[in-house]
Design a protein around this ligand. Structure first.
Ligand SMILES: Cc1cc2nc3c(=O)[nH]c(=O)nc-3n(C[C@H](O)[C@H](O)[C@H](O)COP(=O)(O)OP(=O)(O)OC[C@H]3O[C@@H](n4cnc5c(N)ncnc54)[C@H](O)[C@@H]3O)c2cc1C
Length: 396
């Protein structure tokens, strides 16, 4: 019998981890299946670009994993039965059950509507490719003077507003945020951000909480009405409800509770990584949802799986948070470093150099994730006997 490893999600965490596993584990002993809703590896970091009208390279998972031995199942995960070790999936042919011995959960996150009425029905978002394409189609059909309201004041809101304003100079773009736009940034970065918003002609409504979204307008808590032909909801991410609906231990926000090596604290044959996981970083604070966090937690989870199943020592992966790289359209950006308490440092790299750094990071992430085995298949490590993998949970 081979040991069945099922990886849920082929985003930054899942695709990279699956490749890591394929690189290390002996194909006679292990069978690795990746389940993903989309047939391609989707560069989520660039979905605001896609929405604004830029085309992204196609990276079919069948090609990404070709020659690795990894099986790809294009289907939507609808549930997990962690006690029976099975996943329910649905595709065009109906509903199916996949059994596993070890599960790696990396289903990422989606848009958080915070329970605001009308968001689900009327707002657009950029948290997933179909949604970004729907926004793109809407922006394309708006004529001169069409009004776009971006809701949120954080990274995705900033990137979306500037990208749309740059690609669609014919539209009137505004942003509403309950706090300050980029209020967490250091003084240099924030001043640069405000100048960029001025340059793009984006109207900035700070301290404005949107409480209702309708087909052609959004209404703030103080009753102010914003006419909007396209309301773009970028007010944060939330995880899919699948983990919380199972018997897995999860946090109140639905993220999976794990030990330091990414094992579920309730079901140690289930591992989690990326946006789906709740873990304290090396600075003692929750690791933010980010591509970097997906890389660190994915590496740690895959390393733990290899160690646990083959009897090898599990190496600790650093869980760092060093800062944010923010695009402001295609030619401008901000690279903001943070200190050990996750507070922004006073200085920042801004302008064209920051845009180039961001472009390089995005390119390297896509390159690494879409070449999951880096062309190397060692396939060395064999499945250990039960007594050989007697590991203990490792506290965060
Ligand atoms: C527009 C945008 C810009 C961003 N910019 C940055 C940035 O500059 N820097 C940064 O660090 N982070 C950025 N992020 C956040 C970053 O993209 C995420 O933190 C990162 O993608 C998390 O990786 P992941 O592997 O956990 O999830 P994902 O990359 O989202 O992968 C999850 C995978 O699971 C699949 N999936 C989801 N649900 C199901 C299901 N039910 N069944 C089957 N498959 C499913 C998805 O199709 C996807 O392939 C950005 C996000 C967005 C939306």
């Amino acid at each position: 019998m081979t040991h069945r490893i099922v990886v849920l999600g082929a985003g930054y965490a899942g695709a990279y981890s699956a490749g890591y596993l394929a690189r290390q584990l002996h194909a006679d002993d292990f069978e690795i299946t990746v389940v993903n809703a989309e047939p391609d590896f989707v560069e989520r970091l660039r979905l605001h670009q896609l929405a604004a009208g830029h085309d992204l390279p196609h990276r079919p998972l069948a090609e990404v994993f070709a020659g690795t031995g990894i099986r790809v199942r294009v289907a939507r995960v609808t549930g997990i039965d962690v006690d029976r070790r099975a996943v329910t999936v649905a595709d065009g042919d109906g509903v199916d059950r996949l059994e596993y011995d070890t599960l790696l959960y990396t289903l990422g996150s989606t848009v958080a509507d915070h329970g605001v009425p009308g968001v689900a029905e009327h707002a657009f978002h950029v948290a997933a490719r179909p949604a970004a394409l729907a926004l793109r189609a809407r922006l394309d059909e708006l004529g001169e003077g069409g009004q776009v309201l971006v809701v949120g004041g954080n990274l995705t809101a900033i990137e979306s507003a500037t990208e749309i304003a740059e690609a669609h100079p014919e539209l009137r773009v505004s942003l509403a945020t309950r706090g300050e736009l980029g209020g967490w940034l250091g003084p240099k970065a924030r001043a640069h951000l405000l100048r960029a918003f001025d340059r793009f002609g984006i109207t900035n409504h700070e301290h404005t909480a949107i409480e209702r979204v309708e087909a052609a307008r959004a209404v703030a808590a103080d009753g102010t009405v914003f006419a909007s032909d396209a309301t773009v909801w970028t007010a944060g991410f939330a995880v899919h409800p699948i983990a919380a609906a199972s018997d897995l231990a999860t946090e109140p926000n639905g993220r999976i509770t794990v030990d330091r090596q990414m094992r579920s604290i309730s079901h140690p044959n289930v591992y989690a990584a990326g946006d789906s996981v709740f873990i304290l970083g090396d600075n003692g604070r929750p690791l933010p949802m980010s591509c970097a966090s997906a890389g660190y937690t994915g590496t740690q989870a895959a390393s733990a799986i290899v160690g646990d199943l083959t009897g090898r020592e599990v190496k600790a992966t650093a869980l760092s948070y060093v800062g944010n790289h923010i695009s402001l359209g295609r030619r401008d950006g901000i690279f903001q470093l943070v200190d050990k308490d996750a507070n922004a440092k006073p200085g920042a790299l801004c302008g064209r150099p920051a845009a180039l750094v961001k472009a390089a990071i995005v390119a390297v992430s896509a390159w690494a994730t879409s070449r999951p085995t880096f062309g190397k298949l060692n396939h060395d490590y064999r499945l250990a006997t039960a007594g050989e993998h007697a590991w203990q949970p490792v506290a965060p």
